[in-house]
Design a binder for this molecule. Structure first.
Ligand code: NAD
Length: 485
């Protein structure tokens, strides 16, 4: 049995007074571990450790010293790659082939990229004339915000957690991380790495447990200076209210109901391959994934046919099997939710082109949280599965007839995270991309990420931008120093 403990001030601690949570393998449905369920006491210890570290050795380090340490964190994750891979896949059930290409390398890369960003970003300076005939020099300085609460979801645990921890530490803050209670293993393992490379105690802390208990205690703690959150829009709304107490800054990376738009002039091979990935990668549990696909009418039938063939070609299996291309959903609760949407689609009159249920699997896998990749057509735009984020391996495909119409359809959602556009016409790509309500628009690609670019959502998909220098806006206070010469 694996045991996920808190990592506070460089040590692993348990919560002896509250019953632990169970950790289940999504692949087999069997219990594989326990997770301590931290409360106010553990959160208080972690926030105090983070505060002390800020005021201690960590706060005294130069930028270059911090950067060197963060490079070592990246190197050490890569040295322990196989352990991170095993931990991540045990928690999520995702195929090794996916996690070894995306989750773990990006987990390490985040530390390198943000270390480089902080090292290379210039400060502004303005020399001004003063009324007495002299001059003054204004220059900016970026100072850390303080103790940052980092709250993460379960779909890309290491990748999304380090996406926030790396810039926070590079900017000189200290952190208390609350991973999802579905996926604690890689975050807890990172504590060992922090100790091994000599990150001072208290700089990186982890509290594990339920969102409504551990997470809530963390965001309410008055010692937390800012909150960075990735998760659902509903939870984000609540955290925003909590952040208002004490006028604390909050960065919100929330849900989406992203559109894919395929014009008849698209390279069909690339559009089908990209849309298959965007709808089904990570078993559809990607915030940037496509759950609504709009296809120009002349190619609609062929596109649906080719998507169907692609959806039916995935191989379910254990994460470590190299043939596996489709893992399970994260939990029984989430599977019940996704199957509820599958039932709703049928009720609302969907044409279930493929999938719509649970696959037949051998005994070793049959108790896992599997669902079939699913494609629907024929639903009206106000159908529940066309409007709500499902976060499963499914999409609805609808035809369109004009550019104007498809922009209206794509934007008819309370969300605004990402969109994928497929066309060989560069003028149209530029024109339509500019009109889509989305923080990220991919043209002829999907999930092509340059970590220096701004990342974040419009409308109910979030507030703020992280990535590259944009992360510095959140993780530092920009101070102006006016020096009379
Ligand atoms: P969630 O909102 O249920 O949970 C996210 C985290 O918040 C978890 O660690 C949870 O324990 C914690 N939490 C829950 N209630 C809390 C509370 N009251 N106080 C403090 N913390 C609390 O989301 P999830 O189900 O883990 O993740 C799926 C969602 O995340 C989807 O909506 C998806 O779109 C979104 N997501 C967004 C992005 C993005 O970059 N925009 C990336 C990944 C996932």
């Amino acid at each position: 049995m694996r045991e996920s403990k808190h990592f506070i001030n460089g040590e692993y601690l348990d919560s002896p007074d509250s019953p632990p949570l169970a950790n289940y393998s999504p692949v087999t449905g069997q219990q594989i571990g326990i997770i301590h369920n931290g409360g106010e006491q553990e959160v208080d210890l972690a926030v105090s450790a983070a505060r002390n570290a800020l005021e201690g050795e960590w706060g005294q380090l130069s930028v270059n010293q911090r950067i060197e340490l963060l490079y070592k964190v990246a190197d050490r994750i890569n040295e322990r790659f196989d352990e991170f891979l095993e931990a991540e896949c045990a928690d999520t059930g995702k195929p090794y082939s996916l996690a070894s290409h995306i989750d773990i390398p990006r987990g390490a890369a985040n530390f390198k990229v943000f270390a480089d960003t902080v090292k290379n970003v210039p400060n502004e300076a303005f020399e001004m004339a003063t009324p007495d005939g002299g001059s003054a020099l204004n220059y900016s300085q970026r100072v850390p915000k303080g103790v940052i609460a980092v709250i993460c979801p379960w779909n890309l645990p290491l990748l999304l957690m380090t996406w926030k921890v790396a810039p926070a530490l590079a900017c000189g803050n200290t952190v208390v991380v609350k991973p999802s209670n579905e996926t604690t293993l890689s975050t807890c393992l990172l504590g060992e790495v922090m100790n091994e490379v000599g990150i001072p105690k208290g700089v990186f802390n982890v509290v594990v447990g339920k969102g409504s208990r551990t997470g809530d205690a963390l965001v309410r703690h008055p010692g937390v200076d800012a909150i960075t959150f990735t998760g659902s829009t509903a939870t984000g709304e609540g955290l925003m209210e909590t952040a208002a107490k004490g006028v604390r800054d909050i960065s919100l990376e929330l849900g989406g109901k992203n559109a894919g738009v395929v014009f008849a002039d698209a390279d069909l091979d690339k559009a089908v391959e990209g849309t298959l990935r965007s709808a089904f990668a990570n078993c559809g549990q990607v915030c940037l994934g496509t759950e609504r696909v709009y296809v120009e009418r002349p190619i609609f039938d062929e596109f649906v046919q080719r998507m169907t063939a692609g959806a039916e070609s995935f191989t379910f299996g254990k994460p470590e099997d190299s043939a596996t291309t489709m893992g399970p959903l994260i939990s029984k609760t989430h599977r019940d939710k996704v199957l509820g949407y599958f039932a709703k689609a049928r009720e609302e009159g969907a044409n279930v082109v493929t999938g719509g249920g649970v696959p037949e699997l051998p005994d070793a896998l049959k108790d896992g949280f599997w669902v079939q990749p699913t494609i629907w057509t024929g639903l009206p735009e106000d159908a529940v599965v066309v409007r709500e984020e499902i976060f499963g391996p499914c999409c609805h495909i609808a035809p369109f007839d004009s550019e104007q119409e498809v922009v209206r359809l794509a934007n008819d959602t309370p969300y605004g995270l990402a969109a994928a556009l497929w066309t060989e016409n560069a003028s149209r790509a530029h024109r339509v991309a500019g009109k889509l309500d989305a923080g990220i628009v991919w043209v002829n690609s999907w999930f092509l990420r340059d970590l220096r670019t701004a990342f974040g959502g419009m409308k109910q998909s979030g507030i703020g931008r992280e990535g590259g220098v944009h992360s510095l806006e959140f993780y530092t206070e920009l101070k102006n120093i006016c020096l009379k010469l």
